[in-house]
Write a protein that binds this ligand. Structure first.
Ligand code: 3AM
Length: 179
């Protein structure tokens, strides 16, 4: 089985900016720089023939390149913070692409996670009770001025996620060019 997700990988200079943001926040651990990405769809565990079908469906997507800006920061999980992320400035082209990816993967037979698409780049995942909520909220509020980009999105990627003891390894399976 292949644990798969579709994401936009980020240019090196944008990742470097995100690392600076991580360092400004009180995070018990950080998503490693090489794993920073913007998820379009989480596909879960796919049998290999299904992964192949999904690959072909993703390859048939036609969309133009677009510009993206990362902006601000946020927390998922409310009072019990689960993760901390950088935000994304509104980008209809990104929403369209995420929809096309979910539709293509769904038609191919995958079951993309049905959560509402809230574009973000995860900076850290937290274990229950690990974060000092007030300190974290203050730091995230102070980071609202964070901006990185705009940068050009010219491709998206099908990744295989290998879960490690304390960090995941993301293997690029295929890259699909826009335009
Ligand atoms: O881009 P982020 O970090 O938000 O949290 C996982 C990560 O998202 C998410 O898929 C991305 C690549 O691993 N993910 C993992 N399990 C998930 C699930 N069961 C999930 N998303 C939805 N449902």
């Amino acid at each position: 089985m292949i644990r798969a997700f579709v994401a936009i990988d980020l240019p090196g200079e944008i990742r470097a900016r995100l690392v600076l943001l991580q360092d400004l926040l009180p995070l018990p651990r950080q998503v490693p720089e090489e794993n920073l990405h913007l998820t379009l769809a989480f596909l879960g565990e796919l049998a290999e023939p299904l992964a192949e079908d999904v690959h072909h469906a993703l390859g048939a997507i036609r969309a133009a390149p677009f510009a993206l800006t990362l902006r601000g920061a946020g927390i998922f999980g409310g009072a019990e913070a689960r993760s901390v992320h950088a935000g994304v400035a509104p980008a209809p082209a990104l929403d369209h692409l995420a929809r096309k990816v979910a539709t293509a993967a769904g038609r191919a037979g995958a079951r993309p996670a049905g959560r509402r698409f809230i574009p973000h780049v995860t900076l850290a995942r937290l274990r229950p009770g690990e974060a000092d909520p007030l300190r974290l909220e203050r730091a995230v509020a102070a980071a609202q001025g964070f901006v990185a980009g705009p940068f050009a999105v010219t491709a998206f990627v099908l990744y295989r996620s290998h879960l490690g003891a304390d960090r995941a390894h993301h293997e690029e399976l295929a890259r699909y060019r826009l335009g």
